[in-house]
Design a protein around this ligand. Structure first.
Ligand code: GLU
Length: 373
């Protein structure tokens, strides 16, 4: 493990086009250079890149289209290719590989699909690949859309277990009033709590061709800080800001995290009703309580209840005392088949594998110890 941080960087359309009707490749190149430098310093970067619709308009020569969902989907279908090709080419200059993830709300709301998306994102990061995320605009209709990339980036930061979410935009941060109409407006360097006043300050703001204004940024910040992720809203015209923020220097407006992601996730476990039980042998019980290890299928002696992957289960010791609660990485049918077996056999027995553990340490709390230590 490196000491580096995991940071989601959201790039708004206005940052990528610099307010023009086309992608500004020179600016994108600068952004890539900064990502490459952050990588060399041991940080993990995830991009949430807007700009598909703008790139589609550019590619098709700015056609006049009826203002329908289908027109937007068409522009996104054309533009996403151009957008991702541009990122691919620019990152290749630095010998870096990217992986495209197109998400919709439906991928993130269902617990099982959320876990699948999380595993895939982690796989990219573990293999040193830079995820480049956008909403799957070409297929997303209003019902399944997140709708704006600010909120999408907050969800991506949760998926990635990020330390930081950086929202790059065409404003320097959150101001005491709209700086375009109020020259006396001052930049707010730090927001401790996102309350009504903050929401009011964010009213109005918003520019150009992107979807989000300051309001969606504040919504996104709220989601992220509650999940234990700090947020910065800053000016994307100077890509060097990424380094400043990773180095812990202040820039733009900083929103501090309310809890660490781990604490937050574990607290959630207390509230979720258990959907089944896993009884474990004495060795596994000791590994969980004393060794602070994950639960492997090998240590499971009995599976009760019918549950899906992603649901919370109780973990019981050999005399049925509750030891812990955690999120099952396999459903109950699968666990019944692999219980007592070595993790290396999972793929042979099931024909697929979601990793070697039945319940991961990070998704587990020891019951009776409210801090989950
Ligand atoms: N997903 C949209 C795009 O790539 C942008 C949405 C937004 O700007 O918030 O064009």
């Amino acid at each position: 493990m490196t000491q580096g941080k995991t940071m989601v960087v959201k790039l708004g359309t206005s940052v990528l086009t610099r307010g023009t009707p086309r992608l500004n490749q020179a600016h994108m190149m600068e952004l890539v250079r900064c990502c490459a430098r952050a990588r060399r310093d041991g940080h993990r970067i995830i991009l949430v890149s807007s700009g598909a619709i703008a790139a589609g308009r550019e590619r098709l020569g700015h056609p006049s289209l009826p203002p329908t969902v289908a027109s937007k989907q068409m522009l996104a279908a054309v533009g996403q290719i151009r957008l991702i090709q541009t990122w691919e080419r620019l990152f290749s200059i630095h010998e870096l590989r990217i992986g495209q993830m197109l998400l919709t709300r439906a991928d993130l709301e269902d617990r099982e699909r959320f876990l699948n998306a999380r595993d895939m994102l982690q796989a990219l990061l573990e293999n040193g690949i830079i995820p480049v995320i956008n909403e799957n605009d070409a297929v997303a209709t209003a019902e399944i859309k997140v709708g704006d990339n600010d909120n999408l980036s907050a969800l991506a930061a949760i998926l990635a277990d990020a330390d930081l979410l950086l929202l790059l935009t065409d404003q320097e941060g959150l101001y005491t009033a709209d700086p375009r109409s109020h020259p006396e407006a001052r930049l707010i360097p730090t927001v401790e709590r996102i309350d009504e006043t903050v929401h009011r300050l964010a009213g109005g703001g918003g520019s150009g061709q992107g979807t989000g204004g300051m309001i969606t940024k504040i919504q996104a910040a709220r989601v992220a800080v509650r999940a234990g992720i700090s947020v910065v809203i800053a000016d994307g015209s100077d890509p060097g800001i990424m380094e400043e923020i990773l180095a812990g220097r202040s820039a733009g407006t900083f929103f501090s995290a309310e809890a660490s992601p781990l604490e937050r996730r574990k607290r959630w476990l207390y509230g979720a009703p258990p959907a089944g039980d896993l009884t474990v042998d004495a060795g596994a019980a000791a590994a969980l309580t004393k060794g602070k290890r994950s639960l492997l299928p090998k240590g499971i002696t009995r599976v009760s209840g019918a549950f899906s992957r992603g649901e919370v289960v109780r973990i019981l010791d050999p005399s049925d005392g509750e030891l812990a609660r955690g999120v099952a990485r396999y459903n109950s049918d699968a666990l019944s088949l692999i219980a007592g077996r070595h993790s290396a056999e999972i793929r042979t027995v099931l024909g697929y594998a979601y990793g070697s553990v039945a319940v991961h340490r990070d998704d587990l709390i020891l019951t009776g110890d409210p801090h989950g230590h």
